[in-house]
Design a binder for this molecule. Structure first.
Ligand code: NI
Length: 164
């Protein structure tokens, strides 16, 4: 395994729409392992392949350290949100935007379909942090960063009332 360099904004690869994976071969397995090692080393809860300069639809996630009810390590290839429910506002950061956080509205519950690392069809029902992380990582596959989701009310100075 090897640590990969995490690309940070404004790297162009972060803005590209990633390609679906057609064939999970030995190189792809090595990429999964390297992404996992890189995510843990960076103390992240998720990592998308474009963040390590590979424009392919692959995400790895592990939210179990912060949510005991969540499943541990997951590799999802070609993930797709097939159903979602509710809206929830919370603060997020991103390994590709060091030192930056913003509040983002996300769906509260998501059903994600994709392939596991062996190429088997999987469907995941996720809530709480995992639901948020899945949406964040899938955004990366579509070239969408937190910067594109900035809540203006968060960043605008409060409107001052005229003093009487
Ligand atoms: Ni991110």
């Amino acid at each position: 395994m090897a640590l990969l360099k995490i690309k940070t904004y404004p790297a162009k690869v972060l803005k590209r729409i990633a390609s679906p994976v057609k064939d999970i071969d030995g190189d792809t397995q090595k990429l999964f392992d390297d992404m996992i090692e890189t995510m843990y080393a960076a103390e992240g809860i998720g990592l998308a392949a474009p963040q390590v300069a590979v424009s392919k639809r692959i995400v790895v996630l592990d939210t179990s350290a912060r949510d005991k009810a969540a499943p541990s390590l997951m590799v999802i290839v070609n993930p797709e949100i097939v159903y979602s429910e509710g809206d929830i506002l919370s603060t997020e950061g991103c390994l590709s935007l060091p030192e930056f956080t913003t509040t983002v509205e996300r769906r509260a519950i998501v059903f994600v379909r994709g392939l596991d690392r062996e190429g088997r069809q999987i469907e995941i029902e996720a809530a709480r942090l995992l639901a948020r992380a899945l949406q964040h990582e899938i955004d990366h596959l579509n070239g969408i960063l937190l910067l594109d989701k900035v809540n203006m009310e968060d960043t605008m100075p409060p409107i001052k009332k005229a003093a009487n």
